[in-house]
Design a protein around this ligand. Structure first.
Ligand code: NDP
Length: 522
């Protein structure tokens, strides 16, 4: 392991940054599935943070809709609990001003009654808070309910298809969007019966993170990187998304999905697209999404006869971290004792276009790994000839690496070689680092805040488009189908075990090492 000297970037304070400060417009925010975990941990804190920062105006309200029986007061208590959990102590006036805008309607997702009550409530609140009929719906239920909820919202006139109205009705649909290509196509069709495509916001919360958005700025607002951003200068790209946690309380969902569906189809492919796409003609949602889809279409299909050369599947066994024993996946609550669901994968992708021909994109993701980490590494080629090798005999200078780190810290860093003062000839790798928190000194917007505000503003740039979702499923579905059709014996054979708290199975390392490369992990 090489130790890098680090020097930090500073914001250039005398320069005024080019900022487009946007604030939301009057609107109501309706959460379907409001009794759930996502609402509690993410959505309520996200809208509160927007409201507190005055990014959404006073003409605003929140309505929770779900089957659990609750009065407004019960829901408000949950809202307070969520906020305290997320932000600690908050000034009483701030909480009160937010909580008096929170309401709750009880209803079954597949019966008209609840939707009628919801409609009446939204009309009344629209008048009371002056939201001009604008509504954002967030469907935060299990995926099997997305189509049902949208159909009942549509049939009962709660959501209206856009036809040049002044007011907007927009619907955020949670991930996962489909289970495979067929179900994603069907879900799109079902939603489009009641909504225009411009009203559908298919969310991937990773895209709301500042460092992820920074990839676009980094690539397309700087001249110096683009000339080297291709097969002539880049050796390969690595994307690692590691979680320390295991399956936790989500075994019911995870046993049906597995990590490939959960991580690859959405987050990882989006990250790969941001690194690999061509420059869009402008920053509009359509232009950016056109380029992402083009990139995804250029990814070479998996060779199903030789999957093991492109894809490793793993599952965590028991392990140990900080002196604590870690449970094996098969022993987790709600997991079948013979489950062959993958909790880790490593993958090699090739992108068949002029820019990336023969440049592998290595992706790995896993649960119960050593450390929480989401990071893209762009590894440049080594210098073609090292003129210092005569003096420094064993010199094999490490290549330049550009990191976009997304979690746990949000930072961008460039590793390069430099002379160490003193000795006549002494080279060492240095790290130039932009740490968002250090440089900009503020707490950054949560990913959901960014995305919910974008939806209120009608900006779909960071949301998936229909063809993007379908293209990504098209790539992945044949692999999933092949695995699912295998016998239990074959599934067991293909599953690589790894100790909980490690960096994944040995096969995941061999997989990249046979190409003469290695995973760059901390
Ligand atoms: P929950 O399992 O907590 O479900 C949300 C609500 O949906 C529940 O409170 C319940 O409300 C209702 N519900 C649950 N199961 C059923 C059922 N079988 N039939 C009818 N209603 C049901 O989900 P989450 O809040 O965790 O997630 C919501 C969505 O967001 C999911 O699609 C998930 O994939 C996605 N997501 C979640 C993340 C998270 O961290 N939780 C992260 C990223 C995405 P009630 O019974 O009151 O109607």
């Amino acid at each position: 392991m090489i130790n890098h000297w680090t020097f930090r970037c500073k914001a250039v304070s005398e320069l005024i940054p080019y900022c487009e400060i946007v604030t939301g417009v009057p609107c109501g925010y309706v959460i379907c599935g409001a009794s759930g975990d996502l609402t509690h941990r993410k959505l309520i804190p996200a809208v509160f943070s927007l409201f507190r920062a005055k990014k959404i105006p006073e003409q605003f309200f929140v309505v929770g809709f779900a089957r659990s029986v609750m009065a407004d007061s019960d829901f408000r208590q949950r809202v307070i609990d969520s906020l305290q959990q997320a932000y600690g102590e908050i000034a009483k006036t701030e909480i009160e001003n937010f909580v008096m805008r929170c309401f709750y309607v009880v209803g079954s997702y597949d019966q008209d009654d609840g939707y009628r009550k919801l409609n009446e409530k939204l009309e009344e609140l629209g008048r009371r808070f002056g939201t001009e009929g604008n509504l954002v719906f967030h469907i935060a239920t299990p995926p099997s309910l997305y189509a049902t909820i949208v159909s009942f919202l549509g049939k009962n006139g709660v959501v209206k298809r856009h036809q040049n109205e002044k007011a907007f009705h927009r619907v955020i649909v949670e991930k996962p969007f489909g289970q495979d290509l067929k179900s994603a196509v069907n879900l799109n069709k079902d939603l489009l019966k009641y909504l225009a495509d411009e009203q559908i916001y298919r969310i991937d919360h990773y895209l709301g993170k500042e460092t992820v958005q920074n990839i676009l700025m980094f690539r397309f607002a700087n001249q110096i990187f683009e000339p080297a951003w291709n097969r002539h200068y880049i050796d390969h790209v690595q994307i690692t998304v590691a979680e320390q946690l295991g399956v936790e309380h989500r075994a019911g969902y995870f046993e049906q999905a597995g990590l490939l569906r959960d991580m690859f189809q959405n987050h990882m492919l989006q990250l790969a697209a941001l690194v690999g796409m061509e420059p869009p003609v402008d920053a509009s949602a359509e232009s950016v999404r056109d380029e992402k889809v083009k990139f995804m279409k250029s990814i070479r299909s998996f060779d199903l006869e030789h999957l093991e050369t492109q894809l490793i599947r793993g599952q965590y066994s028991g392990g140990e971290a900080s002196g604590k024993n870690l449970t094996a996946y098969r022993e987790e609550e709600g997991v079948a004792a013979t489950s062959c669901i993958e909790t880790y994968f490593a993958m090699k992708l090739f992108v068949d276009n002029w820019r990336w021909k023969d440049v592998p994109f290595y992706l790995q993701a896993g649960k119960r790994l050593k450390q929480k980490l989401s990071r893209i590494a762009v590894i440049f080629k080594k210098v073609p000839h090292s003129m210092f090798a005569r003096n420094l005999k064993d010199l094999d200078p490490s290549p330049n690496v550009l990191f976009f780190e997304i979690q746990p810290r949000q930072r961008t860093s460039l590793h390069f070689q430099a002379k160490v003062p003193g000795a006549k000839m002494c080279l060492a790798p240095l790290k130039m680092e932009l740490d968002y928190r250090d440089v900009f000194g503020t707490k950054m917007d949560e990913d959901y805040s960014t995305l919910i505000l974008d939806c209120m503003l009608g900006d779909q740039t960071l949301y998936w488009r229909r063809d993007g979702v379908e293209t990504s499923w098209k790539l992945l579905t044949p692999v999933l189908k092949k695995w699912e059709a295998e016998s239990q014996e074959e599934k067991e054979r293909m599953l690589e075990r790894y100790a909980g708290g490690s960096w994944g199975p040995a096969a995941g390392n061999r997989f990249i090492e046979k190409d003469g490369r290695h995973w760059i992990v901390p």
